[in-house]
Design a protein around this ligand. Structure first.
Ligand code: PAF
Length: 296
């Protein structure tokens, strides 16, 4: 049987979706882009990795969209709903089409969107996008990724695994999503408030606050039936801070560039979820207060 040829549609491209789209283009996959604003017929971007620069070009998605389309949506948490609404309104969209969805934090979706064929993706790759005349995506650190898939599905994931390695397919990635949430709820607000690089958080003076932040978050995760070991989470926070020691977190970059931050979908989500389940999160609340005092 000839394997089905999929058509990959990416939004943007942003940092993560651009990284994935570049890998798909390298492997000769059919890729198009739904630009958020642009009206050009083709979208060009440059991928910078290990001092190597490569240029890419993909056409703007033609309507109606092809039947074998798979979407790659990697956006800021506060853009998830509008991004999904945007693609579901495209002519030819069918709600059985797979949508790979990657974002920081947690987003509560309206019922109609939560019933789409969504596949959460968690990635630890470090990538930054800048737009200075040309879209430039800088791959700053190799990582790993996990995609939630259903048991009966194997396709269309092998082209994605080849384009964006290493990509592990799992039936439930809730633990990984919560671990990433915890890492982001520690590193992002602290580095944004104290305007420091991630590596600073390895210093002893931060550890008791980090441990409280982790313990409270682990207790909230448990109310969502996600059981995590607090020591392991603390080690992971420190590992990410070490691996990305010289990087500015995405929240610090947002603050520096006066962009909207994801604080509501990170710390805000954690506090709200804790409140609904009767779990107090005073250290996160304190961090949120401090954040709002500085950046309100
Ligand atoms: O949002 C970020 O900046 C990243 O997810 C992380 C892991 C905190 C590293 O900077």
């Amino acid at each position: 049987m000839t394997p089905i040829k999929y058509h990959w549609i990416t939004l943007g491209p942003g940092a993560v979706s651009g990284l994935i789209a570049s890998g798909l283009c390298d492997n000769g996959e059919s890729v198009s882009v739904v630009p958020r604003h642009d009206r050009a017929e083709t979208i060009e971007w440059q991928l910078v990795r290990a001092q190597e620069k490569n240029n890419y070009k993909a056409s703007v998605t033609q309507l109606p969209i092809p039947k074998n389309s798979v979407f790659i949506v990697a956006v800021k948490a506060f853009d998830v709903i509008s991004a999904l609404q945007h693609i579901t309104a495209l002519e030819g969209f069918d709600k059985s089409m797979p949508i790979v969805l990657s974002h920081n934090g947690m987003v509560e979706l309206p019922k109609a969107l939560s019933q789409l064929n969504l596949h959460p993706l968690v990635t630890t790759h470090g990538a930054v996008k800048s737009t200075n005349g040309i879209i430039c995506i800088e791959h700053r650190g190799n990582g790993r990724s996990w995609l939630e898939v259903r048991q009966e599905e194997s396709e269309p994931w092998s082209p994605l695994q080849q384009a964006f390695p290493p990509l592990v397919l799992e039936q439930n990635i809730s633990q990984r999503r919560w671990l990433k949430l915890i890492i982001n709820c520690v590193i992002n607000p602290l580095t944004a408030i104290y305007k420091c690089e991630n590596g600073k958080l390895l210093e002893d003076k931060w550890q008791s606050q980090i441990i409280s932040l982790v313990n409270e978050a682990v207790a909230v995760a448990e109310t969502q039936n996600v059981i995590l070991d607090a020591n392991m989470c603390h080690r992971e926070v420190l590992k990410v801070a070490k691996d990305t020691a010289l990087n500015s977190s995405s929240m610090l970059q947002d603050i520096k560039q006066q962009r909207r931050t994801e604080i509501d979908k990170l710390t805000g989500y954690l506090i709200k979820t804790g409140e609904s389940a009767g779990i107090a999160t005073p250290t996160h609340q304190q961090l949120l207060n401090e954040f709002q005092k500085r950046y309100a």
